[in-house]
Design a protein around this ligand. Sequence first.
Ligand code: NAD
Length: 447
Amino acid sequence: MTMTDKQTESFDPVEMSSQQFELAACYISELRSGLINFLKQPKRITILNFPVEMDNGSVQSFQGYRVLHNTVFGPGKGGIRFHPELTMEEVVSLAKLMTWKCALVNIPFGGAKGGVICDTKLLSESEQRRITRRFTSELADNIGPNIDIPAPDMYTNEQTMAWIFDTYDVLHPGKNNRPVVTGKPVEMGGSFGRQEATGNGVYHLTERFLAKALIPSQQTVSGARVAIQGFGNVGAVTASAFFRQGAVIIAVSDSQGGIYRQAGFDPAEIVSFKAEHGTVVGMPDTMTITNEDLLQLECDILIPAASSNQIHQNNAYKINAKVVVEAANSPVTPAADSILCERGIYVLPDIIVNAGGVTVSYFEWVQNHSNQQWDLSKVNKQLQKTMHNVMDLVFSRWQSFVIGESTVAENIEITNAEVQKPGFRSIALSIAIERVAKATLIRGIWP
Ligand code: NAD
């Protein structure tokens, strides 16, 4: 593929996750074909249409989804997203990612995801509360402490989780319902460190990757020039974690645009500006840039922490980072993955990079079931250990293919770029798929 290729890339999430699955399957020595089809399909898709009374007295209809992909390791686990462009296909592919993520960090959950098509920027807080409550009540027993456990995602937060808990609790009185949802406020059964877990996890995974010395000039986070797309929960916490360890945050952005400062920012300054103005754009002593400019900046570490398909076939040639760290879910398309691989730019995939969120969600769930509250240092220590372990696991399998100890499955065509150097995504995915496949067979296919 060359820079002049103009064919349009499909952003169909189901097709893209299927391509990633096929590629990963090359790194698995044995996988039964019937099992492949089972692992690719969601177990259950729930589509809900429901009415909500708006502040002005009108009634608006909303559509919401909850997809349960796989429950071989345990109940479903995955965020709830509020977004005007949400599709059922996207929710399906995000639910699959959750299955692989949970398997990689060895937590007893399957994959799930959900969301409602709505634009929170156009909704009052009470409208958001009514949408959340009605959606939760319509989900009925499709969620539950041992069935499927939601968490926050884009444009939902700990307040949304508190409303979900409260609604579920009202409908299921007399039980310990706290574990029905994670990412709750600490005052209401949330875990210390959950809100920062995804961003802190992004940092721990990156520090471990850099220590592997694949980038000889950048073996620690200190001094690294970092650009971050998206300054929401994940982006802002990631920026602070990197800044604390001596990284130079040269650019950040949100949906309205980005800001750049050659000498770097203190993320705390951006947090207060955004709290006051609703956007990072316009902060004094910064250069305003577009989100596209941000992605193409010359930097050591590029962290997409916003939405999917941001790095694609038509801009992957312009990425100027040494490593792309996928804090968001699916920000790099399969075509871009292959281009970045050809160009020698490492991509650390979402299924390991942002797994800190579900890891601490699991800690919260454990605390809720046992009516305990762990202190912050215990949560953070366990999080760091998990992120380091998963990086080590993926790195050692990746290395075994690079040095030729392991070889790809026979009779399988894979892209030129991957033949030369396997990507961390395919390797991570192959470990996850193998674990879920093995557990499925150990359990035995019922009946
Ligand atoms: P958030 O709603 O708190 O923040 C999203 C940020 O992205 C906002 O700053 C928004 O302005 C910005 N944004 C949205 N569209 C954009 C665009 N097109 N270009 C640039 N910026 C844009 O969401 P979050 O919880 O920080 O989630 C961010 C990403 O991380 C999502 O992909 C989510 O699925 C993933 N993720 C989140 C968690 C978590 O614990 N919150 C866990 C795992 C993965």
